[in-house]
Write a protein that binds this ligand. Structure first.
Ligand code: NAP
Length: 305
């Protein structure tokens, strides 16, 4: 594989950035990678495990001479970082991000970027419930989607970023901003909210029958707890910044739930059977599309993004 960007800067060194670094090393797409994280502890860990060719003590130092700068921090922190680094960006470089929400991230970053710098937002649809610099691995993006949201960006810069993500193992698809946020609300954000809620309900019940909830915890509930272990800062920011789309999908979800509730109360077995048959087909479609190679269980089909 040939070099796509001579120098890449990763701002934020958690699960996504560390996976990007190991995948870049595997693919050989960057000659040099610099990295920055806000806490000294994370920077020390990165140095200890060899994460990044150069770990910098400031974001400004990390972006110096970089051809690609990727913001890998929670979505609520992107605007402040963009403001800090923008006077120090190399003319003609590309700035991108990996945020799970796109409209608010674009609104937060774009106003700060100088003329001549290309901004190509992106969102790799891959993750785990783990976080931090030691949680990354080089195959995280293999055969996963990376959604590219050019939003009017330069075509050459967009194609270069797509080639980069493909080299990291992902399949790229371009998407319009609002559509991205709605799709992610359906396939990722609301499923996470439901998992958080279900585990919260069980925690309430635990006070009634503590032993049973833990002892008989079945696969479905265990998968909920895995998803509900995802990083609180990241998910707080996702819901605060994708408010409109998540509230809209939550409204639809509640209507469906009430319809199922009515079917149970009235004993409408046909309605329940038809509904579950339709959802089973969706599951089969996901497996046929190669997006879940594991044995069927609930949680692994939910993209962590
Ligand atoms: P992570 O493992 O928790 O790492 C977050 C990084 O951001 C850490 O280096 C942290 O620094 C830094 N950070 C946190 N708050 C900050 C702040 N206020 N200002 C500056 N830096 C801050 O997170 P991640 O899972 O890699 O997620 C990073 C981004 O990827 C998020 O925007 C998320 O929406 C997106 N994403 C996540 C997933 C997923 O499943 N995890 C999937 C796709 C996209 P310290 O370590 O020094 O605290």
């Amino acid at each position: 594989m040939s070099v796509i960007y001579n120098r890449v800067a990763l701002i934020g060194l958690g699960l996504i950035a560390s996976s990007m670094y190991w995948a870049m090393k595997r693919a050989g797409v960057a000659a040099e990678v610099s990295g920055y994280a806000r806490s000294e502890q994370t920077r020390d860990t990165a140095r200890r495990i060899g994460l990044c060719d150069q770990v910098c003590d400031s974001a400004i130092e990390a972006v110096k001479d970089a051809d690609l700068v990727v913001l890998c921090v929670p979505v609520g922190a992107m605007g402040r970082i963009a403001e800090e680094i923008s006077p120090h960006l190399k003319p003609g470089c590309t700035v991108s991000d990996v945020g799970s929400v796109k409209k608010s991230v674009i609104e937060a970053i774009e106003p700060h970027l100088p003329q001549g710098v290309h901004f190509v937002p992106a969102h790799p649809m891959a993750g785990t419930e783990h976080s931090g610099p030691e949680s990354g691995f080089d195959t995280l993006f293999d055969n996963r989607w990376c959604l590219i949201v050019p939003n009017g960006a330069d075509e050459g810069a967009t194609q270069q970023l797509e080639a980069y993500w493909q080299a990291l193992g992902a399949n790229c698809e371009r998407m319009e901003v609002g559509h991205h946020d709605q799709v992610c609300a359906v396939v990722s954000h609301i499923p996470h909210l439901i998992a958080y809620t279900m585990v919260g309900v069980a925690d309430d019940l635990r006070r009634v029958s503590e032993r049973e909830v833990i002892k008989f915890s079945a696969a479905g509930f265990r998968d909920f707890t895995r998803i509900a272990a995802s990083d609180p800062t990241m998910w707080r920011d996702v819901f605060l910044t994708n408010k409109d789309a998540t509230l809209e999908i939550l409204g639809r979800f509640t209507e469906e739930l009430f319809a199922l509730q009515r079917s149970i109360r009235t004993g409408d077995g046909d309605q329940l059977f038809d509904y579950f048959t339709r959802t089973r087909e969706i599951r089969r479609g996901i497996i046929e599309a190669g997006q879940d190679t594991e044995a069927p269980d609930f949680g692994r089909g939910v993209p962590q993004s």
